[in-house]
Design a protein around this ligand. Structure first.
Ligand code: GLN
Length: 474
């Protein structure tokens, strides 16, 4: 069975055609049926069925039906969720049960949504393929020999395989949009601060955002309207006046100006992907709006800036895993320093160690000015350049990734090759703007994603525009 739109799932529940229990059973059996794709790390069978029973009872007793009543979903394993371990796919957190829950999960649950499983990911969200998971690799729904993308590969593949109608993930440099592109689903990264990060394992705190995977814009919007908004537990959250609303505002298309990011159409773009992207852009043009090529020269520096700032923040955030307070601890240590050293050496995987080393290096007193400070300066330049372009254009457009999903193992021997996968996604995180990947077509039966970016805090407008695109060209 394929899941209908979320609003219809809730309608069927309130009219008595289905029950929350049935929905949860379907989702759990979908996970089993698709086990060869290895999308999830753990399931919440008992907890989910108990929650469903309560919702079904409420409906029987004619209580008000909540907005997501009985809708099953999957959360990336870096969200703290009661009832399941939270590992961030890392050995150092294996078996860790959090003492509190993520605000985003609280908000979903208070509207009746039911978390059925925790999705696989690259450990600590470092990666673009889930090959950095300390446990196993998630397979691409379109080709079992290829990656699903990352780091939210399990969340993306779960929606593509119709296991659940939606999932949640995190995007620090592309981890929602890139797997969405590889798996042919809608992946939305909102503005920085749109969704509370309380209870989500930090990667790069000036870049981290929380967003959704779904099959269409209506569902994206529906879920985002529930999880977005100010949270006293996260001081970086935006004021509620920016909140995403579940209401599509019709647009006057002739007034809209789109900029195609010229640098994203350069030589390193797979020519077949380019064809798909240009054909999608042509269709958008025919909707009657203005489309020009625009240049953002500093965008070419975004990847280098990201791979200085992100490891710096990662090194800082991972310092809390010291083997003393929670997570893996090496018990035979002879003294405290030995305990730190062995717990971290055994507990962390290769990619986390690489980032800790790079991050500590660029933050060290001798190299701070040359690397960290310089990268921050270029980040400001990038923000200014985007602001400049947004004076004349409402939205920017281009590919999400330079290529289609690659084979498992193909890029794991070269970090640079792997990092290059993020070349078109990191800028939005550095600038803090909302960005989305929409299914745009196929190259040899492998999906291609079209990326759209909007202005910071104008997530509603970006979603309005995507809705127009979906109605007109998809
Ligand atoms: N692929 C990027 C990285 O490895 C982005 C990761 C993310 O967004 N979590 O840093």
């Amino acid at each position: 069975m394929s899941w209908p739109k979320i609003e219809s799932i809730v309608e069927s529940l309130s009219s008595g055609q289905t029950t929350a229990t049935e929905n949860v059973k379907v989702a759990l059996s979908n996970i089993k049926k698709n086990s060869q794709y290895q999308t999830v790390i753990s399931t919440l069978d008992k907890e989910a069925l108990e929650r469903a029973k309560l919702i079904d009872l409420d409906i029987l007793n004619n209580k008000k039906v909540a907005k997501l009543a009985g809708v099953p979903f999957i959360a990336k394993d870096n969200f703290l969720v009661f009832g399941a371990p939270t590992t961030a796919a890392s050995n150092i957190l294996k078996g860790f049960h959090a003492p509190y829950q993520a605000t985003a999960i609280d908000k979903l649950e208070s509207e009746g949504a039911i978390c059925v499983a925790k999705a696989n990911m690259d450990a600590f969200a470092h990666g673009s393929s889930t090959e950095n998971s300390d446990f196993f690799v998630t397979k691409n729904p379109y080709d079992l020999e290829r990656v699903a993308g990352g780091s939210s590969g399990g969340s993306a593949a779960s929606v593509a395989l119709d296991i659940v109608p939606f999932s949640v993930g995190t995007d620090t440099g592309g981890s929602i949009r890139q797997p969405a592109s590889f798996c042919n689903v809608v992946g939305f990264k909102p503005s920085y601060g749109m969704v509370s990060r309380s209870g989500v394992i930090a990667m790069g705190s000036s870049l981290d955002t929380i967003g959704t995977f779904s099959k269409n814009i209506a569902d994206t919007r529906y879920v985002m309207s529930i999880i977005s908004g100010r949270d006293p537990l996260d001081s970086t959250t935006l004021d509620d006046s920016f909140k995403i609303v579940n209401k599509h505002q019709k647009m006057t298309l002739s007034k809209i100006k789109i900029g195609i990011i010229k640098e994203y159409l350069a030589d390193d773009l797979n020519p077949d992907v380019k064809k798909v992207i240009l054909s999608a852009i042509n269709k958008i043009k025919r909707m009657g709006l203005v489309v020009d090529e625009v240049s953002i020269p500093s965008i070419d520096l975004a990847l280098s800036v990201y791979y200085v700032l992100c490891p710096a923040e990662v090194a800082s955030n991972l310092s809390r895993y010291d083997g003393q307070r929670f997570g893996y601890s090496y018990l035979e240590a002879s003294n405290l320093e030995d305990s730190y050293l062995k717990s971290r050496t055994i507990g962390f995987g290769d990619e986390a160690k690489t980032r800790i080393m790079i991050g500590s290096y660029v933050l060290s007193s001798g190299y701070y000015d040359a690397y960290y400070k310089k990268a921050q300066t270029v980040r400001t330049k990038l923000i200014n350049d985007f602001n400049q372009v947004f004076k004349n254009y409402d939205f920017l457009i281009g590919p999400t990734v330079p290529d289609v999903a690659f084979k498992i193992g193909e890029k794991s021997s070269s970090k640079l090759e792997m990092y290059l996968n993020d070349i078109m996604t990191v800028a939005a995180n550095l600038v803090g703007i909302p960005a989305i990947s929409l299914p745009a077509g196929f190259v040899n039966n492998l999906p291609v994603g079209l990326q759209l970016m909007g202005q910071i805090g104008k997530d509603n407008q970006l979603l309005d525009f995507c809705q127009e695109i979906e109605e007109n060209i998809c």
